[in-house]
Design a protein around this ligand. Structure first.
Ligand code: PLP
Length: 374
C-alpha cells in the first residue's frame, strides 16, 4: 500500500534506516567488547525489540513494569528496569520473575531493604544494580558522598537480592553545548563508575556489571574502559534533538510523522493535521537549540529545518507552520514528513506505526507497550 492511501497523521518508520541504526549501534558496542541492552522506551514495540536481539542485543530495558509485562508476554526473556521500582509492586515483580530474567535498580537503603525482605520472605532472589548519579541529578547515589561505598556494600549483603553491579544514565548529555562537552561527560561517567567499582571491590564485593546508557554519549562511551554494558534507546529511531547533538544526521532519522496540509490561511502560514497529540510538545535540544516543534521534509530526503518552514506552534490537532521564505508551493492536500523533536514521546502517542520502504507501507505494527505508565 502506498503511504498516500492511508489517512494522516501517521507515524512512519523507515525500515532501512531502522535496520541500519540497529546494526550500526550493535557493531559499535560489540567492537568495544560491550554488551548492548537497548532501552525499549523509544519504540515500545516487541517487533523492534526482536530485531535488536537478533542483531546481538542481550536483552532490553524498560522503564515501567507495565512495559516489562508487555514485552514478557511477547517472549522477550531478559529485561532490566533501570528505574526505581517501588516495593509496593512486589506482586508484579514476583510474577515477572517466574517468566523472565529481571533486574532493577536501587538507590535508597529503605527501598533496597524492603525488596530484600519481600524476596527473602518469598524465597526468591532479585537481581539489582545500584544506580549512581553521574551528573544528571535525577536518581542515583552520590558517588562523592562519604557513605557511597558502604551503601553498595550494604546492598550487596542484603538477603534476597543478588548484586549485579553499577548503573548510570548521563541524561545531562542532552544539555551539552559541544562534542567536547559530550565526550567529557562520557569519560567522567566511566571514571566515576570505575572509581566506585574499585572501592567496592576493595571492600570484598565483586562488581560484575558496569552499565551506562544514553544516545548522545553513546559514541563516546564505546571508547571508555571499565564498562560492560550500554543501554541507549533513542538511537533506534533518532530525532531532531539527536541531530542537533551530533549523534545522527537527518538521513538517519527512521521515525517521521506523515501529515497533510489542511489549511493555508496566508501565503506565509500553513496548517498541518499533526498537533501535539501526534508530535508531542517537547522542545528540541542541541548544541544550538533548534526552534519549533519538528523538522519538515517537503519531499523525502530534502530537509527544511532551519530553512523555509518553521513548526511554530502546536495545538492539539493543528501544527501552525510559518513559511520563513514568505511563500511555499505547499497547498491543502499536500503531504509532508515531520521529524519530531523527540521520537520516544511520539511512539507513546500512537497505537500503530507503519513500516515503510520509501513510500510503500510494508507492515503495520502495534506499539504494544505504549501508554504503560505504571
Ligand atoms: C535510565 C535510562 N537508561 C537509558 C536510557 C536511554 O537513553 P536515550 O534515550 O538517550 O537513548 C534512558 C532514557 O531516558 C534512561 O532513563
Amino acid at each position: 500500500m502506498h503511504v498516500d492511501d492511508q489517512p494522516t497523521p501517521r507515524v512512519l518508520i523507515d525500515r532501512l534506516r531502522l535496520e541500519r541504526n540497529i546494526a550500526a549501534m550493535q557493531a559499535g558496542v560489540s567492537a568495544a567488547g560491550l554488551r548492548l541492552r537497548p532501552h525499549a522506551k523509544t519504540h515500545k514495540s516487541p517487533f523492534v525489540a526482536r530485531l535488536q536481539i537478533a542483531a546481538g542485543a542481550v536483552g532490553i530495558c524498560c522503564a515501567k513494569l507495565g512495559e516489562a509485562e508487555v514485552f514478557a508476554d511477547a517472549g522477550i526473556d531478559d529485561i532490566r528496569l533501570p528505574y526505581p521500582v517501588n516495593p509496593s509492586n512486589a506482586g508484579r515483580v514476583l510474577a515477572l520473575l517466574d517468566r523472565v530474567r529481571l533486574s532493577i535498580i536501587v538507590d535508597h537503603l529503605g527501598v533496597a531493604g524492603a525488596w530484600s525482605e519481600t524476596m527473602a520472605r518469598a524465597g526468591r532472589t532479585l537481581d539489582v544494580l545500584v544506580k549512581v548519579d553521574v551528573g544528571f541529578h535525577r536518581c542515583g547515589i552520590d558517588p562523592d558522598a562519604t557513605g557511597a561505598t558502604a551503601f553498595v556494600l550494604g546492598v550487596a549483603r542484603l538477603p534476597g537480592l543478588r548484586f549485579r553491579g553499577l548503573l548510570s544514565h548521563a541524561g545531562h548529555g542532552y544539555h551539552a553545548h559541544s562534542e567536547d562537552e559530550l565526550r567529557s561527560i562520557a569519560s567522567r561517567e566511566a571514571a566515576i563508575l570505575a572509581d566506585l567499582r574499585t572501592k567496592v571491590e576493595a571492600g570484598g564485593v565483586e562488581v560484575p556489571e558496569v552499565s551506562v546508557g544514553a544516545t548522545p554519549t553513546a559514541r563516546f562511551s564505546t571508547a571508555q574502559s571499565g564498562l560492560t554494558e550500554m543501554r541507549p534507546g533513542n538511537y533506534v529511531y533518532f530525532d531532531r534533538t539527536q541531530v542537533a547533538l551530533g549523534a545522527a544526521t537527518f538521513a538517519d532519522c527512521a521515525l517521521t510523522v506523515y501529515a497533510t496540509v489542511v489549511s493555508k490561511p496566508a501565503a506565509d502560514r500553513i496548517i498541518l493535521d499533526c498537533g501535539s497529540k501526534t508530535l508531542a510538545a517537547d522542545v528540541a535540544r542541541g548544541f544550538v537549540q533548534p526552534p519549533g516543534h519538528g523538522a519538515i521534509l517537503e519531499a523525502y530526503g530534502s530537509v527544511h529545518v532551519n530553512g523555509s518552514l518553521l513548526v511554530e506552534r502546536l495545538s492539539e490537532e493543528h501544527a501552525t507552520v510559518r513559511v520563513l521564505a514568505g511563500h511555499t508551493p505547499l497547498e491543502p492536500g499536500d503531504r509532508v514528513r515531520v521529524i519530531p523533536n523527540h521520537s520516544c514521546v511520539v511512539s507513546n502517542l500512537v497505537d500503530r506505526i507503519h513500516l515503510v520502504d520509501g513510500t510503500e507501507v510494508v507492515q503495520t505494527l502495534p506499539v504494544a507497550a505504549r501508554g504503560q505508565i505504571a
